[in-house]
Design a protein around this ligand. Structure first.
Ligand SMILES: Nc1nc2c(c(=O)[nH]1)N[C@@H](CN(C=O)c1ccc(C(=O)N[C@@H](CCC(=O)O)C(=O)O)cc1)CN2
Ligand SMILES: [Mg+2]
Length: 283
């Protein structure tokens, strides 16, 4: 039997409908959610993502600014800009699009964003709050994964979740979120022996390694939920995930496609974080 598709685009659209209702309520209290997106350089993919973030703001009725800086901008210039927006009350979220040009230290930039406006959830204090279970702005792709699971009736509680990948942006935070949702979590990585055997023990398998079509049907327990966070560009220009989608389709119970699975959730969860930050500004 063929796996059920987890349709990220549809789920993302329905979350945006929910956000619109909350934005109306907030506007009645005199607050419009505001997001600033900063792009340094001209990376083509980043330009698309930044444009899509601005479009999402427009769709949801947010105030938004996109600041485009030349690739040769200095770290100091970027820090000064962040400092300005940290102090600007109509801005509830500040996002610096990654990757940054090599001469700018990513950590210095992330650390400079006020934790209250850290809608990417990358600031060390946000990460710490996630670890200890305090209220935090959560990183967008990992929280999108949790929404996909919950909204398809795949509650992680009591399940064995295996996460392949240990990046700060996806692998580690998604593992913490799954733990917070009462899953038993195993984190695997490039030095894990018997990766296929580990993966095949998962009720929920989350893959975020950046290796095209790594996960084959032998890695998947029959009926498992397979969440593919990978986004790899093939030589023919097509996008594919870290999971060999066609191969696992007759083994998995549920699977995310690439494109159209996890990807669309990233910007929607950014919008949810900006709303949350704006709501917090009232309390
Ligand atoms: N500051 C940040 N930088 C980056 C992040 C981030 O969350 N914060 N994530 C990625 C890029 N990204 C958003 O910024 C992003 C990536 C992918 C998608 C998406 O919708 N993907 C589609 C396919 C798009 C395509 O065809 O190219 C999908 O998977 O269906 C949205 C946002 C790195 N940088
Ligand atoms: Mg996807």
């Amino acid at each position: 039997m063929s796996a059920q598709l987890i349709e990220g685009k549809k789920i993302s659209d329905s979350i945006r409908e929910e956000i619109i209702l909350e934005v109306e309520k907030l506007k009645q209290k005199g607050v419009t959610p505001g997001l600033v997106v900063i792009l340094v350089g001209e990376d083509p993919a980043s330009q698309v993502y930044v444009r899509n973030k601005a479009k999402a703001c427009e769709q949801l009725g947010y105030y938004s600014e996109v600041v485009r800086l030349p690739a040769e901008s200095t770290e100091q210039e970027l820090l000064q800009l962040i400092e300005r927006y940290n102090g600007q009350d109509n801005v509830h979220g500040i996002l610096v699009q990654l990757p940054l040009p090599k001469h700018i230290h990513e950590k210095a930039i992330i650390d400079a964003i006020s934790v209250h406006k850290d809608v990417d959830g990358f600031h060390p204090e946000s990460v710490g709050n996630l670890m200890i279970g305090d209220d935090a702005l959560l990183p967008c792709t990992p929280s999108g994964v949790i929404e996909l699971l919950k909204r398809t009736g795949n509650d992680p509680a009591g399940k064995h979740a295996v996460v392949i990948g240990r990046s700060n942006i996806v692998g580690k935070p998604v593992s913490m979120l799954l733990l917070r949702e009462n899953a038993t979590v195993t984190i695997c990585h490039s030095r894990t022996p018997n990766l296929p055997e580990m993966a095949s023990q998962a009720d929920i398998l989350v893959v975020a390694v950046g290796v095209a079509k790594l996960v084959k049907k032998e890695w998947v327990k029959p009926g498992a939920v397979v969440i593919d966070v990978g986004m790899n560009r093939l030589p023919d220009g097509k996008l594919c995930g870290d999971v060999d989608f066609d191969d696992v389709l007759n083994v998995a119970g549920w699977v995310t496609p690439v494109p159209g699975g996890v990807g669309p959730m990233t910007i929607t969860m950014l919008m949810a974080n900006t709303l949350k930050s704006a709501q917090r500004s009232l309390s």
